[in-house]
Design a protein around this ligand. Structure first.
Ligand SMILES: NC(=O)c1ccc[n+]([C@@H]2O[C@H](COP(=O)([O-])OP(=O)(O)OC[C@H]3O[C@@H](n4cnc5c(N)ncnc54)[C@H](O)[C@@H]3O)[C@@H](O)[C@H]2O)c1
Length: 328
């Protein structure tokens, strides 16, 4: 299949591109190498994916460009059989500082992809959405059709994008699916996230720093589980027109997460608390039964297993990853 992965030099898009290439597909990545975090991580992802292509029947083409460039997006979408749209200004806190940017990338960029896909016979457009669309919980765990009240400009932008995807399905018959990711982690993850940050600090003998009192809870989702459900969508139309929670079944407080990581690396370290950050949700927790019913989604990696394997990966890749994490 010809697969376009926007944002494919990033964390999740990179894992998607690598796994598609490994399976022998023709993969094109569109990414502008946005310096939201150290681009060295993205360059490493590109090289890893290119290398994976050398060992398989798959091919890999990297296009440095912007999803806000409608002509370029149209050209690449026209050549594809399926689009995995991951490109976005991620990050709740950044969006609080500069709300226009996530709007222009996440909303207008998504519109470019949908408009380009509208008159094609694409298999599907799969959109990376986010648990941030829920914001203030009406109830927990989040179920897909409950009230949405995002607490950040980022959450609003992701909600607008997935609503456009639904409308393009309902009005134009374009097969679209939005996957609401819940705090994804794993190798090459963004440096400015709790797991990479805690691991890096503990490995360097520094206490993990928690923003707030640590009672916030999250569903941390291992990237392998995310990749599996995306693969399913290559051929499965059961979720077309829908938005689905893609979380884990292992809800954990940030305090417990810091303790799990600290205890794995150095139990003698203290845990430090700092001021809570604006825009962060208090609790996120996914009911994944809709994704399970429609696509057989069954997240299998427990947080303890996932953290242990991330620490092992970090140690094996410390020479190149750590300096980039520490600079961010
Ligand atoms: N990682 C998570 O926990 C998480 C949770 C919920 C949703 N998501 C969503 O999943 C997707 C991937 O997230 P990620 O964690 O891999 O983030 P990431 O920042 O690692 O990847 C996003 C990629 O998009 C690229 N990009 C940004 N603006 C662009 C533009 N204008 N044109 C082209 N490329 C652009 C970036 O360079 C980056 O490589 C995003 O849509 C994000 O909103 C992620």
């Amino acid at each position: 299949m010809n697969i376009l992965v926007t944002g494919g030099a990033g964390f999740i898009g990179g894992h998607l591109a690598e796994s598609f290439v490994t399976d022998g597909h023709q993969v094109t990545v569109l990414d502008n190498l946005e310096p939201f975090y150290d681009v060295g991580i993205k360059r490493h992802t590109i090289e890893t994916t290119r290398t994976a292509a050398n060992d398989t029947d798959g091919t890999y083409q990297f296009v440095e460009g912007d999803v806000r460039d409608a002509d370029l997006v149209t050209q690449l979408v026209t050549e594809a059989d399926i689009v995995y749209h991951q490109a976005a200004q991620a990050g709740v806190r950044t969006s609080v500082e500069d709300p226009s940017k996530p709007n222009s990338i996440n909303v207008n960029g998504t519109m470019n992809v949908l408009e380009a896909a509208r008159d094609t016979d694409l298999e599907r457009v799969v959109l990376a959405s986010s648990s941030s669309v829920y914001g203030v919980p009406e109830s927990l765990p989040y179920v897909e059709d409950q009230r949405k009240q995002p607490t950040s400009p980022y959450g609003v932008s992701k909600l607008a994008a997935e609503e456009y995807a639904r409308v393009f399905h309902d009005v134009y018959g374009l097969p679209t699916v939005s996957l609401r990711y819940f705090t994804v982690y794993g190798p090459r993850m963004r440096p400015n996230m709790a797991i990479s940050n805690f691991v890096s600090r503990c490995i360097n003998g520094e206490p993990p720093v928690i923003y707030g009192d640590g009672t916030q809870t999250r569903d941390f989702t291992q990237v392998g589980d995310v990749v599996r459900v995306n693969h399913q969508l290559m051929t499965d139309d059961a979720a077309d027109g829908e938005a689905l929670n893609v979380g884990s079944t292992d809800n954990i407080s940030i305090d417990d997460l810091a303790r799990v990581i600290r205890n794995e690396i150095d139990p003698s370290l203290e845990i430090v608390y700092d001021e809570a950050r604006a825009g962060d949700a208090e609790h996120t927790h996914a009911d994944v039964s809709k994704a399970n019913r429609l696509l057989g989604y069954d997240p299998s990696t427990s947080i303890r297993e996932g953290v242990r394997s991330f620490i092992e990966w970090y140690e094996a890749n410390r020479d190149w990853y750590e300096p980039l994490v520490r600079r961010s």
